[in-house]
Design a protein around this ligand. Sequence first.
Ligand SMILES: NC(=O)c1ccc[n+]([C@@H]2O[C@H](COP(=O)([O-])OP(=O)(O)OC[C@H]3O[C@@H](n4cnc5c(N)ncnc54)[C@H](OP(=O)(O)O)[C@@H]3O)[C@@H](O)[C@H]2O)c1
Length: 296
Amino acid sequence: MLKILLFGKNGQLGAELLRSLAVFGEVIAPERGQSGGDLANAADIRGAVLRVMPDIVVNAAAFTDVDAAEGQPDIARAINADAPALLARSCGETGAWFVHYSSDYVFDGSGGTRPWTEDDPARPLNAYGLSKLLGDQSVMQNCARHLIFRTSWLYAAHGENFAKKILRRLRKDGQLTVVNDQFGVPTAANWLADLTVVALARVLADERLAGLYHAAAAGETSWHGYACFVVEQAQKTGLLAGVPINAVRPVASTAYEQTARRPMNSRLDTSKLRRTFGLNPPDWQVGVANVVEELA
Ligand SMILES: NC(=O)c1ccc[n+]([C@@H]2O[C@H](COP(=O)([O-])OP(=O)(O)OC[C@H]3O[C@@H](n4cnc5c(N)ncnc54)[C@H](OP(=O)(O)O)[C@@H]3O)[C@@H](O)[C@H]2O)c1
Protein backbone atom coordinates (compact mmCIF):
# COMPACT_ATOMS: atom_id res chain seq x y z
CA MET A 1 0.00 0.00 0.00
CA LEU A 2 1.49 3.30 -1.13
CA LYS A 3 1.16 6.75 0.38
CA ILE A 4 0.35 9.59 -2.01
CA LEU A 5 0.43 13.31 -1.30
CA LEU A 6 -1.88 15.17 -3.70
CA PHE A 7 -1.96 18.96 -4.19
CA GLY A 8 -4.88 20.73 -5.88
CA LYS A 9 -7.65 18.26 -5.05
CA ASN A 10 -10.41 20.81 -5.71
CA GLY A 11 -9.40 21.56 -9.30
CA GLN A 12 -10.74 19.82 -12.42
CA LEU A 13 -7.88 17.35 -12.57
CA GLY A 14 -7.25 17.17 -8.82
CA ALA A 15 -10.81 15.98 -8.14
CA GLU A 16 -10.39 13.19 -10.70
CA LEU A 17 -6.99 12.23 -9.28
CA LEU A 18 -8.45 11.98 -5.80
CA ARG A 19 -10.66 9.22 -7.25
CA SER A 20 -8.16 7.47 -9.55
CA LEU A 21 -5.09 7.46 -7.28
CA ALA A 22 -6.97 5.63 -4.52
CA VAL A 23 -6.11 2.31 -6.26
CA PHE A 24 -2.54 2.71 -4.98
CA GLY A 25 -3.44 3.14 -1.31
CA GLU A 26 -3.78 6.17 0.96
CA VAL A 27 -4.24 9.57 -0.70
CA ILE A 28 -3.48 12.53 1.56
CA ALA A 29 -4.79 15.71 -0.04
CA PRO A 30 -4.47 18.90 2.02
CA GLU A 31 -6.84 21.79 1.29
CA ARG A 32 -5.21 24.97 0.06
CA GLY A 33 -6.17 26.72 3.31
CA GLN A 34 -4.86 23.89 5.50
CA SER A 35 -1.37 23.33 6.84
CA GLY A 36 0.81 21.95 4.03
CA GLY A 37 -1.71 22.79 1.28
CA ASP A 38 -0.69 26.24 0.04
CA LEU A 39 1.79 26.21 -2.83
CA ALA A 40 2.57 29.86 -2.16
CA ASN A 41 4.06 28.83 1.20
CA ALA A 42 7.39 27.15 0.47
CA ALA A 43 8.23 26.05 4.03
CA ASP A 44 4.73 24.66 4.41
CA ILE A 45 4.74 22.40 1.35
CA ARG A 46 8.28 21.16 1.98
CA GLY A 47 7.21 20.44 5.56
CA ALA A 48 4.23 18.45 4.25
CA VAL A 49 6.49 16.20 2.14
CA LEU A 50 8.90 15.60 5.03
CA ARG A 51 6.07 14.96 7.51
CA VAL A 52 4.01 12.62 5.31
CA MET A 53 7.02 10.92 3.64
CA PRO A 54 4.88 9.87 0.64
CA ASP A 55 5.92 7.36 -1.99
CA ILE A 56 4.44 9.65 -4.64
CA VAL A 57 3.72 13.39 -4.72
CA VAL A 58 1.17 14.48 -7.33
CA ASN A 59 0.83 18.16 -8.12
CA ALA A 60 -2.45 19.10 -9.82
CA ALA A 61 -2.46 22.61 -8.30
CA ALA A 62 -1.57 25.55 -10.50
CA PHE A 63 -2.27 29.19 -11.26
CA THR A 64 -4.41 28.48 -14.34
CA ASP A 65 -5.99 31.86 -15.17
CA VAL A 66 -4.04 32.65 -18.35
CA ASP A 67 -5.19 36.28 -18.65
CA ALA A 68 -4.77 37.04 -14.93
CA ALA A 69 -1.20 35.70 -15.08
CA GLU A 70 -0.25 38.61 -17.37
CA GLY A 71 -0.94 41.05 -14.53
CA GLN A 72 0.49 38.80 -11.80
CA PRO A 73 3.51 37.10 -13.37
CA ASP A 74 5.33 36.81 -10.03
CA ILE A 75 2.45 34.94 -8.41
CA ALA A 76 2.06 32.69 -11.48
CA ARG A 77 5.78 31.94 -11.33
CA ALA A 78 5.71 31.25 -7.58
CA ILE A 79 2.86 28.72 -7.94
CA ASN A 80 3.70 27.22 -11.34
CA ALA A 81 7.51 27.19 -11.21
CA ASP A 82 8.96 27.81 -7.73
CA ALA A 83 6.56 25.50 -5.85
CA PRO A 84 7.02 22.53 -8.25
CA ALA A 85 10.79 23.11 -8.08
CA LEU A 86 10.69 22.85 -4.31
CA LEU A 87 8.39 19.81 -4.36
CA ALA A 88 10.67 18.12 -6.89
CA ARG A 89 13.74 18.87 -4.74
CA SER A 90 11.98 17.48 -1.67
CA CYS A 91 11.05 14.33 -3.62
CA GLY A 92 14.63 14.05 -4.87
CA GLU A 93 15.81 14.07 -1.24
CA THR A 94 13.26 11.58 0.07
CA GLY A 95 13.22 9.25 -2.97
CA ALA A 96 9.53 9.88 -3.75
CA TRP A 97 8.15 10.01 -7.30
CA PHE A 98 6.91 13.40 -8.45
CA VAL A 99 4.01 13.72 -10.90
CA HIS A 100 3.38 17.13 -12.42
CA TYR A 101 1.19 18.62 -15.20
CA SER A 102 2.05 21.19 -17.81
CA SER A 103 0.54 22.92 -20.77
CA ASP A 104 0.42 23.32 -24.55
CA TYR A 105 0.92 27.03 -23.83
CA VAL A 106 4.67 26.47 -23.38
CA PHE A 107 4.78 26.54 -27.22
CA ASP A 108 4.55 29.62 -29.42
CA GLY A 109 1.96 28.21 -31.84
CA SER A 110 4.16 28.29 -34.94
CA GLY A 111 4.81 25.25 -37.16
CA GLY A 112 1.59 25.32 -39.19
CA THR A 113 -0.45 22.23 -38.43
CA ARG A 114 2.43 20.08 -37.14
CA PRO A 115 1.81 18.80 -33.58
CA TRP A 116 4.50 19.66 -31.02
CA THR A 117 6.75 16.87 -29.73
CA GLU A 118 8.46 16.73 -26.33
CA ASP A 119 11.78 17.58 -28.04
CA ASP A 120 10.55 20.73 -29.78
CA PRO A 121 11.85 24.04 -28.43
CA ALA A 122 9.34 25.75 -26.11
CA ARG A 123 8.93 29.50 -26.55
CA PRO A 124 5.90 30.67 -24.55
CA LEU A 125 3.88 33.67 -25.72
CA ASN A 126 2.46 34.57 -22.32
CA ALA A 127 3.30 34.72 -18.60
CA TYR A 128 1.30 31.59 -17.78
CA GLY A 129 3.15 29.58 -20.46
CA LEU A 130 6.52 30.86 -19.24
CA SER A 131 5.72 29.95 -15.63
CA LYS A 132 4.68 26.43 -16.73
CA LEU A 133 7.84 25.99 -18.82
CA LEU A 134 10.05 27.05 -15.90
CA GLY A 135 8.13 24.53 -13.77
CA ASP A 136 8.81 21.70 -16.28
CA GLN A 137 12.51 22.52 -16.42
CA SER A 138 12.96 22.68 -12.66
CA VAL A 139 11.08 19.41 -12.08
CA MET A 140 13.33 17.64 -14.61
CA GLN A 141 16.44 19.11 -12.99
CA ASN A 142 15.52 18.40 -9.38
CA CYS A 143 13.96 14.93 -9.37
CA ALA A 144 14.97 12.06 -11.63
CA ARG A 145 11.88 10.12 -10.61
CA HIS A 146 9.40 12.39 -12.36
CA LEU A 147 6.44 12.17 -14.69
CA ILE A 148 5.34 15.39 -16.38
CA PHE A 149 2.23 15.33 -18.55
CA ARG A 150 1.75 18.30 -20.88
CA THR A 151 -1.91 18.50 -21.75
CA SER A 152 -4.28 20.90 -23.52
CA TRP A 153 -7.72 22.50 -23.15
CA LEU A 154 -8.61 20.50 -20.03
CA TYR A 155 -12.26 20.11 -19.02
CA ALA A 156 -14.40 18.21 -16.52
CA ALA A 157 -17.93 18.29 -15.19
CA HIS A 158 -16.41 19.55 -11.93
CA GLY A 159 -14.67 22.94 -11.90
CA GLU A 160 -14.38 25.78 -14.36
CA ASN A 161 -13.66 25.43 -18.09
CA PHE A 162 -14.42 26.70 -21.59
CA ALA A 163 -17.34 24.31 -22.25
CA LYS A 164 -19.17 25.42 -19.10
CA LYS A 165 -18.49 29.10 -19.86
CA ILE A 166 -19.95 28.64 -23.37
CA LEU A 167 -23.14 27.10 -22.01
CA ARG A 168 -23.54 29.84 -19.37
CA ARG A 169 -22.99 32.63 -21.88
CA LEU A 170 -25.44 31.18 -24.39
CA ARG A 171 -28.11 30.79 -21.75
CA LYS A 172 -27.57 34.39 -20.63
CA ASP A 173 -26.96 36.24 -23.94
CA GLY A 174 -28.27 33.79 -26.59
CA GLN A 175 -25.12 34.24 -28.72
CA LEU A 176 -21.36 34.68 -28.54
CA THR A 177 -18.21 34.93 -30.65
CA VAL A 178 -15.40 32.36 -30.45
CA VAL A 179 -12.00 32.35 -32.16
CA ASN A 180 -11.74 29.96 -35.11
CA ASP A 181 -8.02 30.14 -35.90
CA GLN A 182 -6.43 28.70 -32.73
CA PHE A 183 -6.21 24.91 -32.98
CA GLY A 184 -5.71 22.25 -30.32
CA VAL A 185 -7.47 19.38 -28.55
CA PRO A 186 -9.94 19.43 -25.65
CA THR A 187 -8.79 16.82 -23.13
CA ALA A 188 -10.90 15.20 -20.41
CA ALA A 189 -9.56 15.45 -16.85
CA ASN A 190 -10.93 11.98 -15.97
CA TRP A 191 -8.97 10.43 -18.85
CA LEU A 192 -5.77 12.20 -17.76
CA ALA A 193 -6.29 11.07 -14.16
CA ASP A 194 -6.75 7.44 -15.28
CA LEU A 195 -3.75 7.68 -17.59
CA THR A 196 -1.67 8.95 -14.64
CA VAL A 197 -2.44 5.74 -12.75
CA VAL A 198 -1.49 3.53 -15.72
CA ALA A 199 1.76 5.42 -16.28
CA LEU A 200 2.62 5.45 -12.57
CA ALA A 201 2.14 1.69 -12.32
CA ARG A 202 4.58 1.29 -15.22
CA VAL A 203 7.26 3.68 -13.93
CA LEU A 204 7.13 2.18 -10.44
CA ALA A 205 8.16 -1.10 -12.11
CA ASP A 206 10.63 0.48 -14.54
CA GLU A 207 12.29 3.77 -13.59
CA ARG A 208 13.66 4.22 -17.10
CA LEU A 209 10.18 5.31 -18.22
CA ALA A 210 10.38 8.49 -16.12
CA GLY A 211 10.14 11.67 -18.15
CA LEU A 212 8.08 14.28 -19.97
CA TYR A 213 5.06 13.17 -22.03
CA HIS A 214 2.51 14.97 -24.16
CA ALA A 215 -0.91 13.70 -23.07
CA ALA A 216 -3.98 14.91 -24.98
CA ALA A 217 -7.07 13.44 -26.62
CA ALA A 218 -6.98 12.40 -30.29
CA GLY A 219 -8.02 14.67 -33.16
CA GLU A 220 -8.02 18.45 -33.32
CA THR A 221 -10.38 21.39 -33.51
CA SER A 222 -10.53 25.15 -33.08
CA TRP A 223 -12.13 26.86 -30.06
CA HIS A 224 -15.04 27.64 -32.40
CA GLY A 225 -15.35 23.98 -33.50
CA TYR A 226 -15.20 22.95 -29.85
CA ALA A 227 -17.94 25.44 -28.90
CA CYS A 228 -20.20 24.26 -31.76
CA PHE A 229 -19.79 20.65 -30.69
CA VAL A 230 -20.67 21.54 -27.09
CA VAL A 231 -23.81 23.31 -28.33
CA GLU A 232 -24.79 20.35 -30.52
CA GLN A 233 -24.43 17.97 -27.57
CA ALA A 234 -26.26 20.35 -25.24
CA GLN A 235 -29.15 20.52 -27.71
CA LYS A 236 -29.31 16.71 -27.87
CA THR A 237 -29.50 16.38 -24.10
CA GLY A 238 -32.01 19.23 -23.72
CA LEU A 239 -29.48 21.31 -21.78
CA LEU A 240 -29.65 24.16 -24.29
CA ALA A 241 -32.98 23.92 -26.09
CA GLY A 242 -33.82 26.59 -28.65
CA VAL A 243 -30.30 27.98 -29.17
CA PRO A 244 -29.29 27.56 -32.86
CA ILE A 245 -25.78 26.44 -33.76
CA ASN A 246 -25.14 29.74 -35.60
CA ALA A 247 -25.49 31.52 -32.26
CA VAL A 248 -21.78 30.67 -31.93
CA ARG A 249 -20.12 33.11 -34.30
CA PRO A 250 -16.57 32.53 -35.56
CA VAL A 251 -14.03 35.33 -35.17
CA ALA A 252 -10.33 35.69 -36.00
CA SER A 253 -7.87 36.06 -33.10
CA THR A 254 -6.84 39.45 -34.48
CA ALA A 255 -10.42 40.70 -34.04
CA TYR A 256 -10.90 39.21 -30.57
CA GLU A 257 -9.34 41.05 -27.65
CA GLN A 258 -7.67 38.90 -25.01
CA THR A 259 -5.18 40.03 -22.37
CA ALA A 260 -2.75 37.17 -23.00
CA ARG A 261 -1.55 36.12 -26.46
CA ARG A 262 -2.36 32.50 -27.23
CA PRO A 263 -0.74 30.01 -29.61
CA MET A 264 -2.44 29.38 -32.98
CA ASN A 265 -1.11 25.82 -33.09
CA SER A 266 -1.56 24.03 -29.76
CA ARG A 267 -1.58 20.51 -31.22
CA LEU A 268 0.42 18.04 -29.10
CA ASP A 269 2.07 14.95 -30.59
CA THR A 270 1.27 12.04 -28.27
CA SER A 271 3.39 9.39 -30.07
CA LYS A 272 5.80 9.03 -27.12
CA LEU A 273 2.93 8.41 -24.70
CA ARG A 274 1.29 5.89 -27.05
CA ARG A 275 4.57 4.09 -27.69
CA THR A 276 5.76 3.97 -24.08
CA PHE A 277 2.55 3.09 -22.27
CA GLY A 278 0.64 1.33 -25.09
CA LEU A 279 -2.23 3.78 -24.78
CA ASN A 280 -4.51 5.17 -27.46
CA PRO A 281 -6.06 8.50 -26.43
CA PRO A 282 -9.80 8.64 -27.20
CA ASP A 283 -11.21 11.07 -29.79
CA TRP A 284 -11.85 14.42 -28.12
CA GLN A 285 -15.56 14.34 -28.99
CA VAL A 286 -16.15 11.25 -26.82
CA GLY A 287 -15.17 12.91 -23.55
CA VAL A 288 -16.86 16.22 -24.36
CA ALA A 289 -20.15 14.43 -25.14
CA ASN A 290 -19.88 12.52 -21.84
CA VAL A 291 -19.30 15.67 -19.81
CA VAL A 292 -22.19 17.54 -21.46
CA GLU A 293 -24.41 14.56 -20.68
CA GLU A 294 -23.18 14.59 -17.07
CA LEU A 295 -23.96 18.32 -16.84
CA ALA A 296 -27.46 17.68 -18.19
N1 LIG B 1 -7.26 24.04 -17.58
C1 LIG B 1 -6.64 23.85 -18.74
O1 LIG B 1 -7.20 24.12 -19.81
C2 LIG B 1 -5.24 23.30 -18.76
C3 LIG B 1 -4.60 23.15 -20.01
C4 LIG B 1 -3.32 22.64 -20.03
C5 LIG B 1 -2.68 22.30 -18.86
N2 LIG B 1 -3.31 22.47 -17.67
C6 LIG B 1 -2.58 22.11 -16.44
O2 LIG B 1 -3.25 21.00 -15.85
C7 LIG B 1 -3.14 21.09 -14.43
C8 LIG B 1 -4.52 20.99 -13.80
O3 LIG B 1 -5.31 22.06 -14.29
P1 LIG B 1 -6.85 22.24 -13.87
O4 LIG B 1 -7.58 22.73 -15.07
O5 LIG B 1 -7.33 21.03 -13.15
O6 LIG B 1 -6.74 23.45 -12.86
P2 LIG B 1 -7.89 24.15 -12.01
O7 LIG B 1 -9.18 23.46 -12.20
O8 LIG B 1 -7.78 25.61 -12.25
O9 LIG B 1 -7.41 23.82 -10.53
C9 LIG B 1 -6.20 24.30 -10.04
C10 LIG B 1 -6.18 24.02 -8.57
O10 LIG B 1 -4.98 24.61 -8.04
C11 LIG B 1 -5.30 25.16 -6.81
N3 LIG B 1 -4.36 26.21 -6.44
C12 LIG B 1 -4.16 27.40 -7.03
N4 LIG B 1 -3.26 28.11 -6.31
C13 LIG B 1 -2.90 27.33 -5.26
C14 LIG B 1 -2.05 27.49 -4.16
N5 LIG B 1 -1.37 28.62 -3.95
N6 LIG B 1 -1.93 26.49 -3.27
C15 LIG B 1 -2.63 25.34 -3.42
N7 LIG B 1 -3.48 25.12 -4.43
C16 LIG B 1 -3.61 26.12 -5.33
C17 LIG B 1 -6.69 25.71 -6.96
O11 LIG B 1 -7.23 25.86 -5.68
P3 LIG B 1 -8.60 26.66 -5.43
O12 LIG B 1 -9.67 25.68 -5.81
O13 LIG B 1 -8.55 26.94 -3.98
O14 LIG B 1 -8.52 27.87 -6.30
C18 LIG B 1 -7.36 24.64 -7.80
O15 LIG B 1 -7.95 23.66 -6.98
C19 LIG B 1 -2.39 22.38 -14.14
O16 LIG B 1 -1.04 22.09 -13.99
C20 LIG B 1 -2.59 23.20 -15.41
O17 LIG B 1 -1.55 24.14 -15.59
C21 LIG B 1 -4.58 22.95 -17.59
